[in-house]
Design a protein around this ligand. Structure first.
Ligand code: DUC
Ligand code: ZN
Ligand code: ZN
Length: 480
């Protein structure tokens, strides 16, 4: 019997800490050896001249998520994880959405049914809490937080999802007591509704007015309020999909004060602007997402935030709606108000290649920062480290071997999602995943997806505290 199942030879290995040359020996799905020169394997992959990174972890994506507006999430666990794998992502963390009036446990059970046997790569679940009842905060949430579902998202906007400040405090208190990581969608709901009403009254319905209805101050106010609520409870939070300079400033101010406020941003805030919402006809709907893309100067602030440590995580917020489809962006036709266009853009496959080419390749971030933002920090924050997010002895062999020099023009027909467009059409990149391993299994070979549904396993998550220090407990809040 061979010592290793597989050896990856001669590559340049990057982790969040180091870049070094080593052969990687893989046995039983895990990294078993890192050394100058390894021998004795059933299979050897020649990676001479190639960069090798840990498989990406997409800490924010929506797959087979039930909708509340009649639209259909275009990707299920098979198409979504096929697309993820093709783009070098080997762990995804989508959301089990609680419907108001229903239990959280029901949402989790339903989400297991939607994912069982369907994924090509591993996955965990975040919870979405929309109904913070005493039963949910007192029993269901504590039980789930201790049972492998250690993170949850709450919304400050969207009528069907949002919590008020008191409810947010209730949820934060539970998270503090049971070491949950709370992700917060921070936009001021009342301001959005007021602005949207005024725009509609003036007949301004086109996709571009989506950006007008959710300007930077709307995000800043909610970010400030979320931070204040977290400070009151003394609990870490993560502000998701941060888009604006004004929100960045709030997060930086809190971080300077020593608060554990983590930040996530997404490629759409680096590569798109509000002008993309102003394409001819209804085309701008393709880029309707919340918060909306901003302007060029703002893009630079987001890039700076990746470098200066404001952001720990770069996720896709892949929220796939088809464009030319009555269950997608055209749900209410092409003359519909921006208010009722399903929110979200696809990006689960393009996240890593965009950052590898335009971040690392263009010298904006170094390779270690790339790994930290796309894999290692995500694993730490959501309790998956060091099983995921690094290349170290004992870690799962989730590995990307890059074709560093490959020139690729992004077009929708090279992607594997079930969406009929990509907002990044026409962007020219250098570098694309050549071979991708999930627990030692080749799931992408020479750019072709060869993985099978059912290989991907559910990952119970530890609390984040095991890897990321938490705030000092001050008051023992009892859950309501
Ligand atoms: N915004 C969200 O908050 N979720 C999914 C899509 C979007 O644009
Ligand atoms: Zn959100
Ligand atoms: Zn989202």
């Amino acid at each position: 019997m061979s010592k290793f199942d597989l050896i990856i030879k001669g590559g340049r290995v990057a982790t969040a800490a180091d870049v070094f040359h080593a052969d990687i020996g893989i046995k039983d799905g895990r990294v078993a050896a890192l050394a100058d020169a390894l021998d004795g394997a059933d299979r050897v992959i020649d990676a001479a001249g190639a960069t090798i990174t840990p498989g990406g972890i997409d800490g924010h994506c929506h797959l087979d998520q039930p909708s509340l507006d009649g639209s259909v999430c275009a990707d299920d666990f098979t198409s979504g994880t096929r697309s993820a794998a093709a783009g070098g992502t080997t762990t995804v963390i989508p959301f089990a959405l609680q419907m108001r009036g229903h239990s959280l446990k029901e949402a989790v059970d339903d989400y297991h049914q939607r994912s069982d046997g369907k994924a090509l790569v591993d996955y965990a679940f975040h919870l979405i809490v929309t109904d913070a009842t005493p039963q949910v905060c007192g029993q269901e949430l504590p039980a789930l937080l201790q049972d492998g579902y250690s993170s949850l998202k709450i919304y400050m906007t969207y009528d069907d999802l949002k919590l008020d400040d008191g409810q947010i405090l209730d949820v934060l208190a539970v998270a503090r007591r049971y070491q949950g990581m709370v992700m917060i969608h921070a936009e001021n709901s009342e301001c959005i509704t007021w602005l949207t009403d005024k725009l509609e009254q003036a007949g301004k319905l086109a996709p571009k007015y989506h950006a007008t209805s959710r300007p930077g101050p709307v995000e800043r106010e909610a970010t400030h309020r979320a931070i204040t609520l977290a400070e009151l409870i003394d609990v870490p939070i993560l502000i998701v999909h941060v888009s604006s300079e004004l929100a960045v400033q709030e997060i930086q101010r809190a971080q300077r004060r020593g608060l554990k406020i983590y930040g996530e941003t997404c490629p759409q805030y680096l590569f798109l602007t509000e002008d993309d919402l102003d394409k001819p006809g209804f085309e701008g709907a393709k880029c309707i997402c919340s918060p909306p893309p901003r302007n060029k100067e703002n893009q630079q602030v987001i890039w700076d935030g990746l470098v200066n440590g404001t952001f720990q995580v770069l996720s896709s917020d892949h929220a796939p709606s088809r464009y030319n489809d009555p269950q997608g962006k055209m749900l209410q036709g092409t003359d519909a108000s921006f208010r009722i266009v399903p929110n979200g853009i696809p990006g689960i496959e393009t996240r890593l290649p965009l950052m590898f080419s335009e971040g690392v390749g263009k010298g904006r971030i170094d390779l270690q920062t790339f790994v930290a933002l796309t894999a290692a920090n995500t694993a730490k924050i959501y309790g998956l480290y060091p099983r995921k997010g690094t290349i170290a002895i004992g870690s799962d062999a989730d590995i990307v071997i890059w074709d560093d020099e490959k020139e690729v023009t992004i077009t929708n027909d090279i992607l594997h999602h079930n969406v009929d467009y990509t907002p990044y059409e026409g962007i020219e990149l250098t570098g694309w995943p050549r071979t991708v391993l999930s627990r030692g299994n080749v799931v992408v070979e020479d750019g072709e997806v060869v993985g099978e549904p059912g290989h991907g396993q559910f990952l119970p998550c530890d609390p984040p505290e095991k890897a990321m220090p938490l705030g000092r407990p001050v008051i023992d809040f009892q859950p309501t």
